[in-house]
Design a protein around this ligand. Structure first.
Ligand code: ADP
Ligand code: MG
Ligand code: MG
Length: 210
């Protein structure tokens, strides 16, 4: 698809929910090592509520859908990840504006607005060992692939690969934000849970857009 309409956005979010459910134990185990062992539960609870919200009245357009996702995540996830992912989707909604659907550049811009929102809300910088360390390289790769003239589906595959590399790169980092930062240098040697779920978000996008 080269048009990201409400059907594609719905497929994306539903697939993200499925992947998080499949990986919930792994996400929680990663959080057990450097946090409080709830990242999988948090994300699964939030995305289960999102899927239920999407089963209701169909949203009028891209922004309405993204806003519903963001509001649901903010209101159902108690951990840091709820407000952070919620902010990402709310910023995407704002970026979508009143367009009923997004073109590839518009979708890429919305995803980048989401990253900017997370970084601002979490005061996170590159290298802090957060989900931003997977999100930033993903949107960079997406922009680069689109600028090179590649179709959106291929560009999202490249973005997903970059997100996974960014996720893997969090392992040696010392956390400077969130609960993991309480461990100081003992947080090094563990993959960040939020960067891990973030890579699933791009995996789902690539699958939904193909
Ligand atoms: P909590 O830490 O409240 O239990 P979760 O376990 O659901 O929340 O989420 C933890 C993840 O949230 C971390 O792995 C990290 O990626 C992300 N995170 C935590 N604090 C921040 C922050 N200030 N900025 C960006 N991301 C953060
Ligand atoms: Mg946690
Ligand atoms: Mg918690």
């Amino acid at each position: 698809a080269d048009v990201v309409d409400t059907a594609v956005l719905t497929a994306w979010v539903r697939h993200f929910a499925r992947l998080v459910a499949e990986h919930a134990e792994e996400l929680t185990a990663l959080d057990a090592a450097i946090g409080d062992a709830d990242h999988g539960t948090n994300m699964d609870r939030g995305l289960t509520a999102v899927v239920a919200a999407l089963d209701g009245e169909p949203p009028a357009g891209a922004a309405a859908l993204l806003k519903r996702v963001g509001m649901t995540l903010v209101s159902t996830v108690g951990g840091a990840s709820g407000p952070l992912y919620g902010t990402a989707f709310l910023r995407m909604a704002t970026a979508a504006g009143d367009r009923p659907a997004l073109d590839p550049a518009g979708f890429a811009a919305a995803l980048r607005a989401g990253l900017d929102g997370v970084a601002a809300r979490g005061r996170a910088e590159p290298g802090d060992k957060t989900l931003c360390d997977a999100y930033a390289p993903a949107v960079d790769a997406l922009d680069e692939a689109l600028a090179a003239g590649r179709p959106l589906g291929e560009a999202l595959v490249a973005a997903h690969a970059a997100a996974e590399r960014g996720r893997d790169a969090t392992t040696p980092m010392t956390a400077r934000k969130g609960r993991a930062s309480y461990l100081g240098e003992r947080s090094a040697g563990h993959q960040d849970p939020g960067a891990t779920s973030l890579a699933l978000m791009f995996q789902a996008a690539a699958a939904a857009v193909r």
